[in-house]
Design a protein around this ligand. Structure first.
Ligand code: ZN
Length: 270
């Protein structure tokens, strides 16, 4: 899990929540989760928010100046299609509902399988096969994680902070800097994957030294995946560079984001 930084923003769209709001969100999620677990409720996920053509257009305007006008028309067409479920933004400011439960299936290769959204599992396996057909040894290390699992990680961290002398809101706030708030991880969405190799399953910066990382940077978009937390975009994503973490966004969005070197936030106009 990467440390989240709140540097002075070089981008205009990102708004960092203040600590009190984060604490409140964390408490609300924990409370909601506890209630749902007691009731044993299982519901279908809510529909993803659809980006508007207007927001996609503003994202274009705000980004790279080097793209020819003809190409910059494309995002408006990409946004608002049947792929909207793949464009759902999830972070500490856009929490998934506590009862979010995507339809997941096993996906991966002979090295390892993880759970992944059924609609994107085929694309993930095509990506793995294409990479390894070129002599690489790409594997999945982590895929879908339940919000309940995330809650367990978070509560464990809160207790750890309490043992270190913090109390109440302080402990929750400190935990949120170490562990993603339940419902705030893309892994809870079922569309994020952490990659590795049989010899490097550390899921850390060292993955960037592997030839598989270079292959992913050049080719993942062809299968609908993007490098979700690129270097130098910490102010936009709120998360430090994660060369191992890729997110399925669909073919059209992935191409646009790759071509224009955008973040998902910029693509969605957030
Ligand atoms: Zn990840």
């Amino acid at each position: 899990m990467a440390m989240k930084k709140s540097r002075k923003s070089g981008y205009r769209r990102r708004r960092f929540r203040n600590r009190a709001a984060l604490i409140a969100a964390g408490c609300a999620v924990l409370a909601a989760l506890s209630g749902l677990l007691l009731l044993g409720i299982s519901q279908k996920p809510a529909p993803a928010m659809a980006p508007t053509a207007e927001s996609a257009a503003s994202a274009q305007q705000a980004e790279s100046q080097a793209v020819p006008p003809a190409e910059s028309e494309a995002a408006g067409e990409n946004a608002g299609t049947a792929d909207d479920w793949a464009l759902r933004l999830v972070d500490k400011d856009h929490l998934l509902p506590a009862d979010f439960a995507p339809d997941v299936v096993k996906a991966g290769n002979s090295y390892k399988h993880v759970e992944f959204d059924r609609r994107a599992a085929g694309a993930l396996e095509e990506l793995l096969d294409a990479c390894n057909a070129e002599g690489h040894e790409l594997m999945v290390c982590s895929g879908y994680r339940t919000i309940a699992y995330q809650e367990g990680l978070f509560e464990k961290q809160v207790r750890k902070q309490e043992n270190l002398g913090l109390s109440g809101e302080e402990a929750v706030a400190a935990a949120a800097t170490v562990v993603e708030v339940p419902g705030g991880s893309e892994h809870n969405l079922g569309l994020a994957v952490d990659f590795g190799t049989p010899d490097n399953q550390l899921v850390d910066e060292s993955f960037d030294d592997e030839p598989e990382s270079a292959w992913l940077k050049a080719n993942a978009w062809k299968y609908g995946f993007i490098l979700r937390y690129p270097q130098g975009a910490e102010d936009v994503t709120g998360i430090t560079y994660e060369p191992w973490h890729y997110r399925y966004v669909g073919l059209a969005a992935a191409k646009e984001i790759y071509d224009r070197q955008l973040t998902l936030e910029a693509y969605l106009g957030e």
